[in-house]
Design a protein. Sequence first.
Length: 150
Amino acid sequence: MRNLGIGAFQQVERWPGVDRVRRHEWRQCFGGQAFLYLPDGSLGGAVSRMSVIHLPPQALPAAFAQFHRVLAPGGYLYLEFFASLDDSELGWAFDHKVAPAWRLSVERTAALLRGAGLVERARLIEAPPEAGRSFETAVLIYRKPPSPVS
């Protein structure tokens, strides 16, 4: 990647405007809280593809607060996860060959992101594939509000 002019910092790939936070950049703390070891406001954007499915549902509010903390004002979050259109619960555990995982309610996840101070910009719900897991996939794009002009 460095040969392409793309630098890396703390297992986060950086390219203009977007940073990809990898699953192992999360650290589990006591009480199931998630913490990103990145400076406040340091990312212009973050891409989380199927990473939050490995956090227990009760850790999601803290995880989303961390996304808000590390995003710069006006920064974007791309969040992709196995989803459910059922909003009776936040998440349902399922067998995953790598680590414990949860399928998440789209509406409840969106509410947690709003509660963390992020604003929804786009939403895509993909139907389950013909082969493979019979879960929908959700892509939510959220933005941290820009700083007020003084």
